[in-house]
Design a protein around this ligand. Structure first.
Ligand code: NAD
Length: 296
């Protein structure tokens, strides 16, 4: 393997350490403990795992963690009432409604009912608009984590050619906005892109966020490029279940200058950035200086 490994697990631990330091300072100097509320509707096993992990890590960095678990048949009105109560609770600085929601609920409506300044997932339409116009916002956690790793590796990203594969609202689009904000020349590729290999071959930075196991082979990667693999795909190989990314790691690592593995790359950064967003939201709510390096 020629590429430098970008260790998301270690980086996420560092981010959590910075968050914990800031939380300790907020408690000591201002008597404030940041609070994160997570709302889970229904019994989706993957969502339950995420929510447990979020709650555990929230407590580990010294913040208050509140969980609201609602039955799958909860009405939309009752969920909106829970969000409203959290919006009005001054001890709560971040609110996350775990997606996906049951089919009888309108996700956009629910997300847009969260107070934008407490929307630590960065999905509220106001935050989407603020990010799109280069203003201070709450930034979606996964793209924020990717940006932090890229900045850490390169310093300045100015003038680099970046290709984001995938145009989802939670990863692809905000990722492209963040790279544009750091003065990259950005291409967003998607399922209708003509000659994807040619587009990817021009990139100094490749962010793959598709959800297709190992679809980007090494020979699409420009020599020395930085590859950020957001994909998390479960496959069966050699009789075992394995997690792989959207990039064929072994062949891409032969050509890339730096690459994130799956698992242990982007994945751990997402919750770390959720905690970072919560401490940022808490500082903003109290008119205090925001922690440096934890926002876009
Ligand atoms: P999505 O399904 O919402 O979007 C996928 C995008 O890929 C779409 O915009 C589509 O146009 C594009 N696409 C599909 N087929 C394509 C093809 N053949 N060529 C080019 N583009 C194609 O997915 P998402 O929510 O953005 O997630 C993408 C991946 O990232 C998934 O594997 C998901 O599990 C993973 N993910 C990881 C984290 C994390 O914490 N690491 C967070 C969110 C998502």
């Amino acid at each position: 393997m020629a590429a430098t490994l970008i260790d998301g697990k270690a980086f996420a631990a560092k981010v959590r350490g910075q968050v914990a330091e800031h939380v300790a300072r907020l408690k000591e100097e201002n008597g404030i403990t940041p609070g994160l509320a997570v709302v889970l509707v229904g019994e989706d096993p993957a969502s339950q795992v995420y929510v447990r992990s979020k709650g555990k890590q929230t407590v580990e960095v010294g913040m208050n963690s509140v969980e609201h678990k609602l039955d799958a048949d909860t009405s939309e009105a009752d969920l909106l009432a829970v969000v409203e109560q959290l919006n009005n609770d001054p001890s709560i600085h971040g609110i996350l409604v775990q997606l996906p929601l049951p089919k009888h609920m309108n996700e956009d409506l629910v997300i847009n009912s969260i107070a934008p300044e407490k929307d630590v997932d960065g999905f509220h339409i106001s935050n989407v608009g603020l990010l799109g116009t280069g203003q201070k916002s709450m930034v979606p956690c996964t793209p924020l984590g990717c940006l932090m790793m890229l900045r850490d590796h390169h310093g300045s990203l100015s003038g680099m050619d970046a290709v984001v594969i995938g145009r989802s609202n939670i990863v692809g689009k905000p990722m492209a906005q963040l790279l544009l904000g750091d003065s990259c020349t950005v291409t967003i590729a998607h399922s209708r892109t003509k000659d994807l290999p040619d587009v990817v071959r021009r990139a100094d930075i490749v962010v793959a966020a598709v959800g297709r196991p190992e679809m980007v082979p090494g020979d699409w990667i420009k020599e020395g490029a930085t590859v950020i693999d957001v994909g998390i795909n479960r496959i069966e190989r050699d009789g075992k279940t394995k997690l792989v990314g959207d990039v064929d790691f072994a062949s891409a690592a032969e050509r890339a200058g730096a690459i994130t593995p799956v698992p242990g790359g982007v994945g751990p950064m997402t919750i770390a950035c959720l905690l970072a967003n919560t401490v940022t939201a808490c500082c903003r709510a109290n008119g205090l200086k925001e922690p440096e390096g934890l926002t876009a």
